[in-house]
Design a protein around this ligand. Structure first.
Ligand code: PGA
Length: 247
């Protein structure tokens, strides 16, 4: 719940200027998921950007239309050129009644609409302290991704993944990042689960307090393919540093 139209205009003019000559930015897949109120505005800015930047939403409904006051459908998102949707973020799970069942419905609807679902999973501090991280994450994956089958790694006719999973330990979001070994080991568990159950090599992101000081050591491991960045993505200079450090 950050940024009005004006804030996003000044953000992107600085951000694009900072990254326009960066080989890492050019060879990476970078996307922004702004609030629904500025999705159209940001989409228009991204269309004119000299570096490729994808547009994402922070949620997606499972129905295409109907009497669902306050919801946003896949067709509406397609209309704005949305490439990906964040699904099941822990803030939605914790405060807005999001369940694995709804995550599953949303994920299927995104896949059907050729919008990449970025499905978030992650354990709470209590689960972490109890040594249950792996069990919780696997159970979230199992129920969030049931009934999902992927024909290929990529959305047909594009180079964008048909599914992305983000491992975001709830205790790390807006706090202190997981240690690189811990983050990589959970991402490895997730990758193996996805390979075994979906038969595809699904990219796995880490999220939770990623910033320019920790991104290199997190990325140095074998199992993190990219990052879901919150606070550090709100300042052009800091976010551009996070990106250029991922080389
Ligand atoms: P953070 O947020 O990077 O500020 O911890 C991550 C998120 O909200 O997904």
């Amino acid at each position: 719940m950050n940024f009005k139209k004006e804030d996003s205009s000044s953000f992107f003019s600085e951000f694009i200027e900072l990254l326009k000559n960066s080989p890492t930015a050019i060879s990476s897949i970078i996307g922004f998921a702004p609030p629904f109120t500025i999705l159209d505005h940001v989409g228009e800015i991204l269309k004119l950007s000299s570096i490729k930047l994808l547009l994402g939403s922070q949620n997606i409904h499972w129905l295409n239309s109907g009497s669902h006051t306050g919801e946003i459908s896949p067709i509406m998102l397609q209309d704005l050129g949305v490439n990906f949707s964040i699904i099941g973020h822990s803030e939605r799970r914790e405060w807005y009644g999001e369940t694995d069942e709804k995550v599953s419905l949303r994920t299927i609807s995104a896949i059907n609409a050729n919008i990449t679902p970025v499905v978030c999973v992650g354990e709470s501090k209590i689960d972490y302290n109890a040594g249950q991280s792996k069990e919780i994450v696997l159970s979230q994956l199992k129920s969030s991704l049931n009934n999902i089958s992927l024909k290929s790694n990529f959305i047909s006719g594009s180079q964008y993944p048909s599914l992305i999973v983000a491992y975001e330990p709830v205790w790390a979001i807006g706090g202190i990042a997981a240690k690189p070994e811990e983050a990589n080991s959970l991402c490895k568990v997730i990758k193996e689960y996805l390979n075994d159950n979906l038969g595809q090599d699904v990219p796995v992101l880490y999220g939770g307090a990623v910033d320019p000081n920790n991104v290199q050591s997190l990325y140095a491991g074998d199992s993190i393919d990219g990052f879901l960045v919150g606070g550090a993505s709100l300042k052009p200079k800091i976010f551009s540093e996070v990106i250029t450090l991922c080389s």
